[in-house]
Design a protein around this ligand. Sequence first.
Ligand code: 13P
Ligand code: SF4
Length: 308
Amino acid sequence: MTPLQEKILQLKKEKNAVILAHNYQLKEIQEVADHVGDSLGLSYQARETSANIIVFCGVHFMAETAKIVNPTRKVLIPDLDAGCSLSDSCPPERLAEYLQQHQHKNYYVVAYINCSAGVKALSDVICTSGNAEKIVRRVPSDRNILFVPDQNLGEWVQDRTGRHMTMWQGNCYVHIEFTHASISRIREEHPNAPIVAHPECTRAVRMLADEVCSTEKMVHYCRDHPSDTFIIVTESGMLHRLRRELPHKHFIPGPTELCACADCRYMKMNTLEKLAATLETESPEIILEETLRQRALIPIERMLDWSR
Ligand code: 13P
Ligand code: SF4
């Protein structure tokens, strides 16, 4: 631990705070976190914590979700500008307008958790990459499904469940950078290494993968698989988590056309310095209007119940 990391641990203790970090966070942030995980796991952690303060090291919609499920805690995020291109691709006003224009379809809205509280409030159920298939299978069979905002995750679930869905045309700017050609090239260099890809990747990339799953399931897959080398096709922070958990195995980042690995600029806005300042000043804080929070909680609670 560096002196700054020690300081963070001390502040955390003094303030009875819990640090939740997404798998894409910087290595030094993962090292001081109480829990490192995917969106689903961290939502459960946020709901169940007894700490006074939740410091969410991730992007805005994740911290907002923590506030929705546990409103009596103070929820902080090291950088309030840590957004998400996928969440931004579906503004609540546009979704409301779309639903209004397609009232005759009586859509059941399944929203990937990478969306704002405003979009959650317009949805029937939330899903994450870890439970999307399970959630979609539970939607009443007589309803038309509108899946928002990630077209790629939606297509992946549609392929697996055979359930037709209308897709919102959103995507993650990081995951669509991996291409069929860039992943085929790395496979040629390591022909025996299984390829593990996130479902936000395009179909052209997913079809090359041996496994498509959430970031948390990547840890389980690599742990249980006999191979000692894997190609990991997702944001680069995942490599830190895998290397910490499975130090005897070897992980190769999936390349894009331009880079040897892919970084999410929003995830990387959180730094140790900002984390220390956040704990010290107890800001920036996530504040949510109560009516919106209560409406957004309904589809999240449904997801948490359905994915138990
Ligand atoms: P996971 O829930 O699989 O960690 O995904 C979150 C995310 O933002 C992927 O880009
Ligand atoms: Fe959003 Fe993509 Fe970053 Fe995940 S990796 S937080 S989906 S922009």
